[in-house]
Design a protein around this ligand. Structure first.
Ligand SMILES: [Zn+2]
Length: 474
């Protein structure tokens, strides 16, 4: 067993910060040592990492990724190998991806397929949520095996009729089963059938550019579906987690339900904090013309800055009306993938790739005063661990926890570009973003996988994490 001592840094948790050295033995953190309490010479570590002047934080947990996801006639461009490697570069040491059951297939087959895709290929630890794309007697029965499989959350879609969509009766039945088993219900909350009509009307009127993707997926459709999901959760007693919240009105629904004491939670993503309908979906470039906006076609869509959604998301992160930030990493290249929709925004594969930049982008919230340092750690690591049943093993720097540690240099600098990122994409949704701060060193279960610009990990280092039930319920 090798031992590693991280010295001189400021250890930041969700609840505070302290000057301490961190001792890792093999894969586990074994001690936090305050300065002056232990004669340094008594600890003989094999490796000493100097973190003077830097933050020592628990490795990031990105609870919403889609590697190799089939979508719209193509497949998300990051594999488990390239996606988890990019995650490590960005200070994320655990991902939770979505195993997929599409309508007409078996849940167990979807899960087995995802295990096959991931096993032996990941640079960092990974878990799965299960997408339920066809709630029926068979799949409800399959849900009863989820907890034993270490899959304690599952997702349904109120959007994408014919692909992933569940109607209200199906959602009700799944939630009844989930309430019984203690599973967390994750919801893509958009009124898909109504959106599809709006989208068809726009295309018919000749409004085919990416901008209209954002118009068709109106905030009313998100607010309405969020409310409906909340009420179905209220009726069944199923805890509810709404993914990729982007409309301020949807946040208001979550806050309303939480104020009544209901187990309702929400995540947002960096794109909904920084980017907008006007600037990105409406972008026009020399290379792509008005199709440039396709780079930012995702669902839920980017919202209008004039309407104030972005400011509201930051506020909700401070007030805990939103509890987490995940990426919804779902990358597609412009050439050969996004360009499937060059004449019709409905055919653009939905998704943005951000897995490498989440920790940096959220740290900018600390730089600009939107978030405290502790809240940054809470939103990106500690709450994801608690929400999805991994806390203690993940999400904290404490004796007994996995040696998942990031050394973050607040004086460092990062420029984001497709030319330097490690995601398998021919563009970056974040091109030209200048980041105050830098991920210096990343340890995954005690092994240094990133060290000052060098990747030292390997595919197969990452292991499947069997998760417990949510530790975040009210
Ligand atoms: Zn997603």
């Amino acid at each position: 067993m090798t031992t590693t001592l991280i010295t001189g840094g400021t250890v930041v948790s969700a609840t505070g910060r302290s000057e301490a050295d961190v001792l890792i033995d093999g894969e586990k953190i074994v001690a936090l040592i305050s300065p002056g309490t232990t004669p340094l010479g008594t600890i003989a570590a094999d490796t000493v990492v100097d973190a003077t002047g830097k933050y020592v934080i628990p490795g990031g947990i990105d609870a919403h990724t889609h590697f190799e996801l089939p979508f719209g006639g193509t497949e998300a461009s990051d594999t488990f190998e390239s996606g988890t490697r990019a995650a490590a570069w960005g200070g994320t040491t655990t991902v939770i991806d979505f195993a997929v059951q599409t309508t007409g297939t078996k849940v167990q087959d979807g899960l087995a397929k995802w295990h096959d895709k991931a096993a032996g290929n990941c640079a960092i630890d990974y878990g799965f949520h299960q997408i339920m794309g066809g709630v029926d007697d068979d799949s409800l029965k399959a849900m009863r095996g989820f907890v034993d499989e270490g899959i304690t959350s599952y997702k349904m879609f109120m959007a994408y009729p014919g692909v992933f969509y569940s109607d209200d009766g199906q959602i009700l039945r799944a939630m009844q089963t989930a309430a019984d088993l203690g599973l967390l219900t994750m919801m893509h909350a958009e009124n898909g059938p109504a959106i599809d009509v709006l989208a068809a009307q726009l295309v018919e009127a000749g409004k085919t550019t990416p901008y209209y993707h954002g118009i068709a997926r109106a905030w009313q459709m998100e607010e309405e579906a969020t409310h409906r999901a909340i009420m179905l959760g209220n009726l069944t007693g199923a805890p509810l987690y709404v993914v990729h919240v982007s409309a301020k009105q949807a946040v208001e629904q979550l806050a309303w339900a939480r104020d009544k004491g209901q187990n309702v939670f929400g995540e947002t993503c960096p794109q909904y904090l920084y980017l907008s309908l006007e600037e990105q979906l409406g972008a026009d470039s020399k290379e792509w013309g008005a199709f440039e906006g396709a780079k930012w076609v995702c669902s839920t869509p980017l919202r209008s800055r004039e309407e104030g959604h972005q400011d509201h998301m930051w506020q909700a992160l401070r007030t805990n009306d939103l509890q987490m930030v995940s990426t919804d990493h779902c990358p597609f290249c412009m050439k050969g993938q996004k360009d499937l929709g060059v004449d019709d925004f409905r055919k653009i594969p939905n998704g943005i790739g951000s897995i490498e930049h989440r920790m940096d982008l959220m740290y900018q919230g600390v730089v600009t005063g939107e978030l405290t340092l502790e809240r940054w750690v809470e939103l990106t690591s500690t709450t994801p661990a608690r929400m999805f049943g991994m806390y203690g093993q993940k999400g904290v720097i404490a004796p007994g926890a996995d040696g998942d540690v990031v050394i973050y240099d607040p004086k460092g600098h990062t420029t984001i570009s497709k030319d330097t990122h490690h995601m398998n994409m021919d563009h970056s949704a974040w091109e030209g973003f200048e980041i105050d701060g830098h991920v210096d060193t990343v340890l995954s279960r005690g092994k240094v996988v990133i060290d000052r610009g060098e990747y030292l990990g390997a595919k197969g280092d990452g292991r499947f994490v069997k998760r417990g039930l949510s530790q975040y319920l009210i």
